[in-house]
Design a binder for this molecule. Structure first.
Ligand code: SF4
Length: 525
């Protein structure tokens, strides 16, 4: 520090020093200074020099990047090779080995780096990246294209890694936790527009381009024309893609939805911390034994009701085996899911959902006295109708399929109720319709599910759910930086998610297998 200060212009020994020129007293030190200013080694940061680098000593023997390289080397990457056109004996530039590009991305994700440009920079300065590349700098375009250009191959790699973890005893499928988490899309909340607005914008873009096309050559250089054409194409494609999303939404029965013009496939989803944001719903299945991610999927659905069965099927596809037990939160508990899990022989565990008795408090709130609660109405199966305490008939009106049961509605006529002396205790608020009651039917599977969830051992299993299921979510978001997608469109965000989940599993393998094996080898030596 002292030497740095002394070499700074204008600071060298000027303050607080006592030189002969200042008229101070003479000492041995002063005598030394009389010969001139002290001289130090100059740091020359402009110079270029060669140096010897022992690449293998850039990183420690137990550095995780070695484990990643080793693990990726064990995988069959022949499907990645199929896309490479350069071959031995034929002229042309050799591309990078997929093993290197995969290892670079995995290591980068594990360090919370998920940008191709950042990796390119790190290849220049960071020893783990330099060790991987052999001091080469892999450019961002190559990295970026590789990340999204091998969807099927990446899925196959994910499955291969699962097979390795399974053979190392890290996966049992005795208990799998299914969970959904919302990850924000690369789009602003105010990027949503109605269909009419998007059509207007598309028309404006097309008109604008036509006007630009009429510019003379002096007004428009070739380069500017190319940039204009690229901008027009990208904007038009995004707007046309947004319009196509409306067809999809209409097919799903969401005619009134708006679509983001930045990422048309993102959906406005409720966030855990409150509010809504353009997002994707990431579904993760985690094996409870060692918290390995055994299945991952992306959906545009804002809720999880329809995601349990696809989640189980993904696990079956990945590991050729069904999980014995699946644990999920209340968002996955529905009649259909309970019945389907039962038919597949999968033990489904979810929270207790007591829907019975929900109506009682609302009846009381409406001024219905205890003599006229729905339990006082008598059902007659033969005529499929109810008799009220005043012996009037309530006829079948329609059914309502609820989450866990089917609800059948019956109603008295307005004429009967209007003339009834007990109307004030039975349905005081009704002004135009007669009193209604509901009959619910619960399937045996749902009743058995309710009973099961009341037992203590099963409730205890459910309590373990959040710790297991939320661990990968936390890692992916907090440690790997995937709080918001960098890419747009469901296919590309699926790739981003797969890279992060693959990295998570490989990190687990390093911690639970590779490091223990390395420690054992050191102990043996
Ligand atoms: S108000 Fe209607 S439903 Fe209620 S007791 Fe009277 S007749 Fe029956």
């Amino acid at each position: 520090m002292g030497s740095e200060q002394a070499t700074l212009p204008g600071l060298a020994l000027s303050q607080g020093s006592c030189s002969p020129q200042d008229g101070g007293s003479s000492s041995k030190e002063d005598m030394g200074n009389e010969a001139g200013k002290p001289r130090f080694k100059r740091i020359d940061r402009e110079q270029l020099f060669w140096r010897m680098v022992d690449l293998d000593r850039l990183i420690a023997d137990d550095h995780p990047v070695r484990a990643i390289w080793e693990l990726v080397g064990k995988m069959d990457l022949s499907r990645f090779d199929e896309k490479i056109r350069a071959v031995e004996g034929v002229a042309g530039r050799s591309p990078y080995d997929p093993r290197l590009l995969i290892s670079l991305w995995i290591y980068a994700y594990s360090q919370g780096v998920n940008s191709a440009r950042a990796i390119e920079r790190l290849c220049e300065i960071a020893p783990p990246y330099q060790w991987l590349t052999g001091l080469e700098v892999v450019n961002a375009h190559t990295l970026s294209d590789f990340r999204v250009g091998h969807g099927d191959e990446l899925k196959e790699l994910f499955v291969q890694v699962l097979a390795l973890l399974s053979s190392d005893g890290m996966i049992t499928l005795e208990r799998v936790m299914q969970d959904g988490t919302k990850i924000k899309a690369s789009a602003a909340p105010d990027s949503f527009r109605t269909e009419e607005k998007i059509q207007e914008q598309l028309k404006a873009v097309q008109e604008h381009v036509e006007a630009l096309d009429k510019l003379t050559e002096e007004e428009s250089s070739e380069r500017a024309a190319k940039a204009r054409e690229r901008g027009r194409r990208e904007r038009s494609e995004r707007l046309e893609s947004a319009l196509r999303e409306f067809d999809k939404l209409r097919a799903e029965g969401n005619a009134k939805e708006r679509v983001s013009i930045t990422d048309p496939e993102a959906r406005n989803m409720k966030q855990a911390g409150g509010g809504f944001a353009p997002s994707y719903n990431v579904q993760i299945s985690t094996d409870a034994a060692n918290k390995v991610i055994v299945g991952v999927g992306i959906t545009q659905a804002g809720n999880d009701f329809d995601q349990l069965i696809p989640g189980v099927e993904r696990v079956e596809q990945n590991l050729a085996e069904s999980p014995k037990q699946v644990v999920a939160d209340g968002g996955f508990v529905s009649r259909d899911n309970i019945v389907e899990m039962e038919s597949r022989g999968v033990d489904f565990i979810g929270p207790q959902c007591e829907e019975e008795g929900k109506g009682k408090s609302s009846y009381e709130g409406r001024g219905v006295t205890s003599e006229y609660l729905s339990s006082r109405f008598v059902y007659d199966a033969a005529s499929d109708s109810f008799r009220c305490p005043q012996d009037k008939t309530l006829s079948y009106e329609g059914k309502d399929e609820r989450n866990l049961h089917v609800s059948y509605k019956y109603r008295a006529t307005w004429a009967d109720c209007k003339a009834c002396p007990a109307k004030g205790q039975c349905c005081p608020g009704n002004q135009v319709t007669g009193r209604s009651v509901q009959r619910t039917e619960e399937l045996p599977e749902v009743a058995a599910f309710r009973q099961k969830m009341k037992t203590e051992p099963v409730a205890e299993i459910y309590h373990q759910r959040s710790e297991v299921a939320e661990t990968p979510n936390l890692w992916i978001k907090a440690k790997f930086g995937l709080r918001q997608f960098r890419l747009r469109g469901i296919c590309k965000v699926e790739m981003e998610t797969l890279w992060a989940c693959l990295t998570y599993n490989i990190r687990l393998w390093i911690r639970l297998h590779w490091k223990m094996r390395a420690a054992a080898a050191v102990a043996m030596a």
